[in-house]
Ligand binder design. Structure first.
Ligand code: SAH
Length: 351
């Protein structure tokens, strides 16, 4: 078993994609040698395929209003303890001025699914960000109509993040009342078709999730030729039906990051905030087994406590400067540099 899995990892380094069964076995193994080899090989593949630069993405979480009631999410409408806020479009664009001054090449606009921001408001923000700062624009607004995706793209949006959350359609349906995995994947296909650099990803450690389904998560990202994937542990949120459930583990998150890197060498993979919340060394570790992106938070401090997707979320009381300092510390401790420019995906848009 051990030599078989080691051989599979070596072959992946030379470019052979893994089967779902092979990935499942790698998630499940308790062999320390295999785990260490997996991480070392993924780090090498990251170095060879996307280099040592870590690109920064300036995140603004601009509204916590949401029309969906996802059972894990701290800002679900069912959570009455949350103080709701919406930032004005001008305030959102203004919040990115600091990021621009710090030479960060990408703005990420994220919110709950909030249709108060109609097509015109989002289009206006995209144009303003481009005009004032010349930054690449990533949107993370959830499911919108094809017409909206098209209008945002025409206004200049470069990328879109929409996690598929889990590739297990029954688990997906249980966690997302009134929503389907099929519809989520349709949105992802449309985004790809419109020429967005498209990102998906999943949570790790959801109740009922299996290693087989995590292997399928990796396969989905590879087979859809997505440009980006964000992976984080599920962390329970107060005031939600899953508030007493267990967290996902750092170990399995790191294994998935490594498997994603081996199976999609050019993928842009963030070391996520959720990983940092679970473990103070989590981001360093993710960056050393495949990840190459960090997303410093530029949401004005007064709103941060209200965008609490899960308990203990870091950055809630930490100023932007502190966040940037923390990132500089992380990068120098692992001998990595900050990427310059927009940090676009190196993947060619393919079939
Ligand atoms: N409304 C947008 C943005 C969602 S919030 C959208 O639908 O894409 C961004 C991500 O936070 C989600 O995709 C989800 O994967 C993650 N998230 C939400 N609640 C979480 C929790 N309790 N633990 C870990 N991650 C969570």
């Amino acid at each position: 078993m051990q030599s078989r899995l080691l051989k599979i990892i070596e072959e992946a380094e030379r470019g052979r994609p893994m089967t779902v069964e092979e990935m499942t076995d790698i998630f499940a193994t308790d062999d320390e040698d295999i785990r260490r080899t997996l991480f070392e090989v993924a780090d090498r593949v990251r170095h060879k395929s996307v280099g040592d630069a870590v690109y920064l993405r300036a995140l603004v979480e601009f509204s916590n209003h949401c029309r969906n009631n996802c059972s894990y999410c701290g800002i679900r409408p069912g959570n009455r303890q949350v103080k709701r806020y919406r930032m004005e479009p001008e305030e959102i664009v203004e919040a990115l001025a600091v990021a621009h001054r710090l030479n960060i090449g990408t703005a990420v606009l994220q919110s709950g699914e909030d249709l108060w921001y109609d097509t015109g408001k989002i289009v206006w923000m995209i144009r303003e960000i481009k005009e004032r700062y010349g930054m690449a624009v990533t949107l993370s607004l959830g499911e919108r109509s094809y017409e909206d995706y098209q209008a945002f793209r025409e206004a200049g949006a470069d990328r879109y993040l929409l996690r598929h959350e889990t590739s297990d359609s029954e688990l997906y349906a249980r966690l997302h009342p009134g929503m389907t995995l099929e519809r989520r994947l349709l949105c992802l296909r449309r985004l790809k078709e419109l020429g967005y650099q498209t990102g998906s990803g999943n949570m790790v450690g959801l109740q009922g999730q299996t290693y087989l389904s995590l292997a399928r998560d990796v396969e989905l990202v590879r087979d859809m030729r997505l440009e980006m994937a964000g992976i984080g542990p599920f962390i329970p949120a107060e005031g939600t039906p899953l508030s007493d459930a267990e967290c996902g583990t750092l170990d399995i998150v790191l294994r998935e990051v490594a498997l994603l890197r081996l199976n999609s060498p050019l993928l842009m993979i963030p070391a996520t905030t959720a990983v940092a919340t679970l473990d103070s060394e989590g981001r360093q570790q993710a960056l050393q087994c495949g990840a190459n992106i960090l997303m410093p938070n530029f949401t004005p401090l007064r709103y941060r406590e209200s965008y609490r997707l899960y308990a203990g979320k870091i950055c809630i009381n930490e100023g932007t400067e502190q966040g940037i300092e923390a990132i500089s510390g992380i990068l120098s401790s692992i001998n990595r540099s900050v990427g310059k420019g927009p940090g676009h995906s190196l993947q060619t848009p393919g079939p």
